[in-house]
Design a protein around this ligand. Structure first.
Ligand code: ATP
Length: 302
């Protein structure tokens, strides 16, 4: 079990050794609402979702070097070769910028993998941003967004740093400036969920874009936010892993204003008004749960 407090996070900070080494904190996200609104001819699902970056971070360190992309990984197991999104992002950066440089990267993986918390996408966005800074901004914001979208639908969200409504396949982003201060207890049960499997088992009943209309009113209290929590993917994942419903019940019994599965799962979070309430809930829940439990709040961007 581990947890993250809410450090005064800077998304990219110069390492103690100074330029050209960079340390970057890459936050997880939760989906505070997710509605699938259609399927495109190419098979991608269109959706409306509210995404909030939270204070559970992977850590990445970068050093520019002669040539090639060299990645070392520690922490939660993750593929460390060319299939890692960090390597893919680094190659995308060098291709799009035309820079002939190279980079050595260390990834300390703290965000649970394939857990609905967006860790891979966040690492990819952090890599694009860090390399752009190290090599003195050869890509403008439009080019960075395009590179991010080429790596995954959630990657552009992590470039923005802040709660957003995402539409399209996730790439059309509308910032939510007035997201309320809340605390979240995230529970990640020890089951593996494939995002592709969840979408392929989703029976789409096309719904209107009401979620976004409602979410746009988010000058709300945590209690009101809790009233809007909904995730079309939850029923699919929970049918296979009933522990998800059990965790939601436990979170609500422990005082959460509301609880929801994040993304395609299996992570589930509860909303709490204060840090004290969230930590008390975590302490009460730990003996009843296996897996990881984190107390987090909104991640602060630069
Ligand atoms: P998604 O919904 O995009 O699948 P997720 O949060 O559920 O997101 P991730 O932790 O991003 O899941 O991992 C998804 C897959 O991506 C995993 O199968 C993992 O092996 C692969 N992957 C590649 N690079 C990374 C990375 N840097 N961190 C985490 N996973 C990675």
């Amino acid at each position: 079990m581990s947890e993250q407090r809410n450090p005064d996070m800077q998304s990219a900070m110069v390492c103690a050794g100074g330029f050209p080494g960079f340390c970057v904190s890459a936050p997880a996200k939760i989906n505070a609402g997710l509605k699938v609104t259609g399927v495109r001819p190419d098979g991608y699902h269109e959706l409306v979702t509210v995404m909030v970056p939270v204070s559970l971070y992977d850590r990445l360190e970068f050093w520019s070097c002669g040539g090639g992309v060299n990645l070392e990984c520690s922490g939660n197991p993750v593929p460390c070769g060319e299939e890692n999104l960090v390597c893919r992002a680094a190659h995308a950066f060098f291709e799009r910028s035309g820079i002939k440089g190279g980079v050595k990267i260390r990834l300390e993986k703290k965000i649970p993998v394939a857990a609905g918390l967006g860790g891979g996408s966040s690492d990819a966005a952090a890599t694009l941003s860090a390399l752009n800074r190290i090599f003195e901004n050869p890509l403008d914001q439009v080019a960075l967004h395009k590179a991010a979208l080429g790596l995954g639908a959630d990657v552009p969200f992590f470039l923005r740093q802040g709660p957003c409504i995402a539409r399209g396949i996730g790439e059309v982003l509308e910032p939510l400036e007035d997201w309320p201060d809340m605390w979240y207890v995230i529970v990640t049960p020890p089951v593996e969920v494939s995002t592709a499997w969840v979408y392929s088992n989703l029976k789409i009943s096309l719904t209107s874009d009401k979620l976004a209309a409602n979410m746009a009113q988010f000058k709300m209290t945590p209690f009101e936010v809790a009233g809007f929590l909904t995730n079309d993917l939850e029923a699919v994942t929970a049918a296979r892993f009933p522990v998800i419903i059990r965790i939601k019940e436990l979170l609500c019994d422990a005082g959460a204003e509301g609880a929801l599965m994040s993304g395609s799962g299996p992570s589930v979070y509860g909303i709490f008004k204060t840090e004290t309430k969230a930590r008390e809930a975590k302490a009460g829940l730990m003996p009843m749960l296996s897996g990881e439990v984190f107390v987090v709040s909104e991640a602060l961007g630069i």
